[in-house]
Design a protein around this ligand. Structure first.
Ligand SMILES: Nc1nc2c(ncn2[C@@H]2O[C@H](COP(=O)(O)OP(=O)(O)O)[C@@H](O)[C@H]2O)c(=O)[nH]1
Ligand SMILES: [Mg+2]
Length: 397
């Protein structure tokens, strides 16, 4: 090449520009093919899972996926805002000192104490003692069937001579109630399996506290260093999704939502697939408490469960949320959900309210489902692991 030759220089520049343009064009083609392949894979996955085409239910949005830097608790890096995905970050709210069941069950304890006072004043076990004990247990929501079973066990001990005073009777009741709760592994931690995307499904009728419980569980799990994605599977009520999004933002969990009235299974499928792709550990899936008919709801829940099991998802908990203030009605709900979809544990909420608590014993004795968590208020820290001894002690003395 001869330097200073103007025409040669111009040709060289034109050639260089042409090469750069060809390279850029090739890159654009490769990237757009990659995107097309990825979205085809997701649509195929949905179709395999028996879900509707995303176009028919609106795009899934995502908010509140935090970055590791913003929280310091090791959350996955947020994906870039592409397509219909929307990403926002929030601050983690660590739970303060958890409340104690003992403090919040004051009303139940006072009620039982007034009966115990009557029994102990008498000095010996009489017909009245048995009547008072039965009344106390039924009023505490233990339920007639479970109360009678507990009393039958105590009568045997009295007949055998191992119990002779009202004080012994109350002590034996405590042992019997605790052993009932232990028999069904109550208070066991929630199941979590490494190496897959754990899905914890929250089911239960409207108003029991599913959404609030998910918020509390997400707060706790994020604070413990887990990467959490919340799936707004209650597409039936728009307010439920907004309420959940707020919780997700507050604790810096990922959040996947669908359109109102959309297919809940599709939302949960997308959340699981997204969580898997991000290497996240845990999906907390909200569900509707009521659809047009009850059988619709149960069928929908079965479908959600099937879809959530698709790799890398694995349903490791199906938690039935029961409002403790609904008393024996909660037992009937538990029976229905357990029969339809299988329930691995109960979250008993509102034990801080007017609840008497005995429903815990009834649920376990009659259905054999362990109570795993207890809701003691509306705040993010108002959730505790169920502790059988602490619970029985909080009611009886
Ligand atoms: N006192 C009290 N209120 C609760 C508890 N859990 C939930 N709630 C309240 O119960 C109401 C219904 O809760 P929500 O989570 O929307 O129920 P969902 O319909 O099952 O999702 C809300 O006002 C919650 O603040 C709890 O443990 N204690
Ligand atoms: Mg809800």
């Amino acid at each position: 090449m001869v330097l200073g030759d103007g025409r040669t220089m111009v040709s060289l520049i034109i050639a260089l520009v042409a090469v750069v343009a060809v390279l850029m064009l090739a890159t654009v083609i490769v990237v757009s093919r990659g995107h097309a392949r990825a979205s085809r894979r997701q649509v195929d996955g949905r179709r395999d899972a028996g879900l509707s085409d995303p176009g028919s239910r609106g795009a899934v949005r995502e908010a509140g996926v935090g970055s590791a830097g913003s929280s310091g608790v090791g959350l996955a890096e947020a994906p870039g805002p592409q397509g219909a995905t929307e990403v926002t970050a929030g601050g983690v709210e660590l739970p303060s000192e958890p409340p104690s069941i003992r403090d919040r069950l004051g009303a139940a304890r006072r009620m039982f104490a007034s009966y115990a006072g009557l029994m102990l004043a008498r000095g010996s076990i009489s017909v009245d003692t048995w009547q008072e004990l039965e009344e106390a247990l039924v009023r505490a929501d233990v339920g007639l069937k479970t109360t009678r079973e507990l009393l039958a066990g105590l009568r045997e001990q009295v007949a055998g001579g191992s119990i002779s005073t009202p004080a012994d009777l109350i002590a034996a009741l405590e042992v019997q109630m605790s052993s009932t709760l232990h028999r069904h592994a109550s208070g066991a931690p929630l199941s979590f399996e490494p190496g897959c995307t754990n899905v914890w499904l929250f089911v239960g009728v409207n108003g029991v506290g599913k959404t609030t419980t998910i918020g509390k569980v997400a707060t706790r799990e994020v604070a413990n260093g887990r990467q959490v994605v919340i799936a707004a599977g209650d597409t039936f009520r728009a307010a439920a999704t907004d309420q959940l999004e707020l919780w997700a933002k507050r604790c810096n969990a990922g959040f996947v939502r669908g359109v109102q009235g959309g297919d809940p299974s599709a939302v949960i499928f997308d959340a699981v697939q997204h969580a898997g792709a991000q290497g996240n550990h845990l999906v907390l899936a909200d569900t509707a408490g009521r659809l047009h008919t009850k059988s619709n709801l149960m069928e929908e829940l079965k479908k959600i469960r099937r879809v959530a099991e698709r790799p890398p998802g694995k349903v490791t908990e199906v938690l039935l949320v029961v409002d403790a203030t609904t008393g024996q009605n909660g037992l009937a709900q538990a029976r229905e959900f357990a029969e339809a979809i299988g329930v691995t544990g109960v979250v008993l909420t509102k034990l801080d309210g007017t609840a008497k608590g005995g429903i815990v014993v009834a649920i376990q004795e009659e259905l054999g489902i362990p109570v795993k968590l207890v809701g003691l208020g509306e705040g993010p820290a108002d959730l505790v692991q169920f502790d059988p001894e602490g619970f029985v002690g909080a009611i009886l003395h």
